[in-house]
Design a binder for this molecule. Structure first.
Ligand SMILES: [Zn+2]
Length: 153
């Protein structure tokens, strides 16, 4: 019996599927993928699950964690769920420049406005290279199953 870590990096949800996705449905999708991997890798027990959530994804981590804990199968009973936030990447439509943007650096009110209506970002953020407000959010939404740790029999 020994511990193993498995890198998964599986994209569970794309940007467009996210709007109607609730924490409970997402928890179900996460557990389903995690169970499949646990089975493939012959894990007797899963001890840690790391999930990466785009920082603009409208998911409440405490609700997601609660849902995961309520729905987890027997071989996940001791599992801890880590929910990480992934940074956003923005891409300028004028000059093609792409840059990472940390939404945490904005003041709270602005960050909240952007969180609920990502399109609001265009009012506050400009391309650092050419100054254009015309950019797209290349990444920032989506949910990934990042890795699993468990006990192999
Ligand atoms: Zn630009």
């Amino acid at each position: 019996m020994f511990y193993v870590g498995i890198e998964c990096n599986i994209l569970l949800l794309l940007d467009k599927a996210c709007y109607s996705m609730h924490e409970w449905a997402l928890a179900e999708a996460i557990l389903k993928s995690a169970e499949q991997i646990a089975e493939q890798e012959n894990l007797k027990e899963v001890t840690e699950v790391t999930i990466k959530v785009g920082e603009l994804q409208q998911i409440e981590p405490p609700i997601l964690r609660f849902a995961l804990n309520q729905m987890k199968p027997d071989n996940f009973k001791k599992a801890k769920f880590h929910i990480l936030k992934a940074k956003s990447t923005l891409k300028c439509r004028v000059c093609g420049n792409a840059w990472q943007f940390n939404f945490k650096k904005l003041d709270k009110e602005t960050a909240e406005a952007i969180h609920f209506v990502p399109e609001v970002a265009h009012t506050y953020i400009k391309c650092p290279k050419c100054g254009s407000p015309d950019f797209e959010i290349a990444s920032g939404r989506g949910v990934w199953l990042e890795d699993l740790k468990g006990v192999k029999c």
